[in-house]
Design a protein around this ligand. Sequence first.
Ligand code: PLP
Length: 411
Amino acid sequence: MDDETPRSIDTVAVTEGEAPFETGSEAGDVVSPIHLSSTFALPGLDTEMRLEDVDPDAGEFVYGRLSNPTRHTLETRLAALEGGAYGAAFASGTAAIFTTLLSVVEPGDHLVAFEDLYAGTRRMLDDVFVSRLDIDVTYVDATDTENVAAALRPETTMVWMESPTNPKLALCDIGGIAELVADRDAVFGVDNTFASPYFQRPLDLGADVVVHSTTKYLNGHSDAVAGAVVTDDDTLAEELRFLQQVGVGGVSSPFDSYLVTRGIKTLAARMERHETNALAVAEFLESRPEVTAVYYPGLESHPDHALAREQMSGFGGILSFELDGDIDDAKRFLEALSEFTLAVSVGGVESLIELPAGMTHEPLSPAEREALGISDTLIRASVGIEGTADLLADLERGFDAMAKRSPASSD
Ligand code: PLP
């Protein structure tokens, strides 16, 4: 192996950007220290200094919002994980998405988005970009690339996708959409939160920019709210850097940056285990008479299974399923579980479960939920890394509780 051979993502996740003696410590810390200082002493007065020229790679720092050594370590690692030149860490996935959209669109522009988006992103688009910034948004069923093609207009400056989506785990053809966008003056962004860079790298497939809620798999331990943006596009990077550091300022704190950097070290090991458990749970659910549908890209029954095999290197740890019953059955099922915690969010080592209609997707109107196929008995699970048998036994407990209907509801 020569020096040109790229390091595997497993290795990048453990060490990229974190070299003893090179990350702001004289002591040779193997782990990048948490730099809490909000400001940095300058070696002398340089009246010619321009903030854009301050180079964190060369150990230059001025003020904590602009850059910080702990955040810089994380940003270097994020860029390498997604195979991009520029990485930026934010205070939340929402801040990362907002800043990315704002760095592209201007009043009067048009944006095409997957209709099955994270509900918070959809609200941001509707209630901020459409209502206040005069951006026109068209939502499409992007599982068919033709629908994306048909929605594009001369004034379309951005195409925004998630794949797999939340909560139905639908996929869009990232490479196919990238080709559509490539010959236009538009930017193609992908929210890669559900797959993580371990299983999918949108920039390699042709996307211009990729974002994450690093709150989820990248941190992986449900103890930090954070976000990331990675791109290879220099013009976009310049605009993003300006908005991250000056125009919006929603940066990741030093402590959260440390936590996410630490979490990323085990990304490969965690993702493998999430996937093994999720496949076992999905197959178990498919075998149950109480379940009418299971949505997991790793199942052959999933409509986008072939595409998942092509554009992903694994299927991830999130699935959703439809219970045969009503909302009371769903309540009995969910409340009987003890290994799966009833909570929103995904991507942590512990298994979480929720009812999108009443929790994550409650902000959508009933009509919007119906159009997206989010029924009152659709359940989303983020399968953790616990013992597989314990998780299956827990779900069995839920089905037992469903069977014990109260006399009033048993007819
Ligand atoms: N993108 C996706 C796919 C998400 O699931 C979420 C949150 O659940 C977000 C973005 C928003 O991230 P955050 O909660 O870190 O702001």
